[in-house]
Design a binder for this molecule. Structure first.
Ligand code: 5GP
Length: 208
């Protein structure tokens, strides 16, 4: 496919607690022509969520049917639920020259990279382990055990940083939005993963 006449595809992943959703919502508001693809999921709808807006909530058997029908560009089991991106939706948005953002996990990011080589992937990292922990704690009334498990999951997710094209450190929110905007506008070479200062930061995040 001639990719000059279609919108670009960005895959954005992050460990939970890195602040990805707030950053991406700001991007969507500020950058014209960017849209999210709405994922399918088998998980329960949360109170503040809307079907068809936040996700398309489907049953386990509907999801399995969609896998069988080849509907998904990518899908993965994340925690105890399935999540997937509809291939047709992404293709149709790109044909409308919209830049599509997939807010998915590293497993899905890997599948998209293989299927759509011109996609660009961004991994968002917290600035420190302490910041990650306090963001995970800040969510509410979860027990220490739950927080510990989330932290371990987030650290495991961060182990995949090297598979992504760009790394954004979400230290200051406005700066994070600015960095993402640069990448999305095609001026983000300074955020490529192979910059020298990244290795030390990653080591600290991964080893605590
Ligand atoms: P949550 O249930 O908190 O909304 O999302 C849990 C995780 O699932 C997040 O890491 C999110 O990025 C990931 N996720 C959401 N949609 C998709 C999707 O379509 N595909 C994949 N692979 N992961 C997804």
């Amino acid at each position: 496919m001639n990719t000059e006449n279609i919108g670009r595809l960005f895959v954005v992943a992050a460990p939970s607690g890195a602040g990805k959703t707030s950053l991406l919502c700001a991007i969507l508001k500020q950058v014209p022509n960017t849209v999210f693809s709405i994922s399918y999921t088998t998980r329960e709808k949360r109170e503040q969520e809307q079907d068809g807006v936040d996700y398309r909530f489907v049953s386990h058997s509907e999801f399995q049917q969609m896998i069988g029908d080849g509907c998904f560009l990518e899908y993965a089991r994340v925690f105890d639920h399935y999540y997937g991106t509809a291939g047709k939706e992404v293709a149709s948005l790109r044909l409308q020259k919209l830049d599509v953002i997939l807010e998915i996990d590293w497993q899905g990011a890997r599948q998209v990279r293989e299927k759509i080589p011109d996609s660009e992937s961004i991994f968002i990292l917290p600035p420190t382990r302490r910041a990650l922990e306090s963001r995970l704690r800040g969510r509410g009334t979860d027990s220490d055990e739950v927080i510990e498990r989330r932290l371990a999951d987030s650290v495991a997710d961060m182990g995949h940083w090297d598979e992504f094209d760009y790394l954004v450190i979400n230290d200051d929110f406005d700066a994070g939005v600015k960095d993402l905007r640069k990448i999305i506008s095609g001026n983000g070479s300074q955020f490529r993963k192979n910059r020298p200062e990244i290795k030390a930061l990653i080591d600290k995040l991964l080893t605590g």
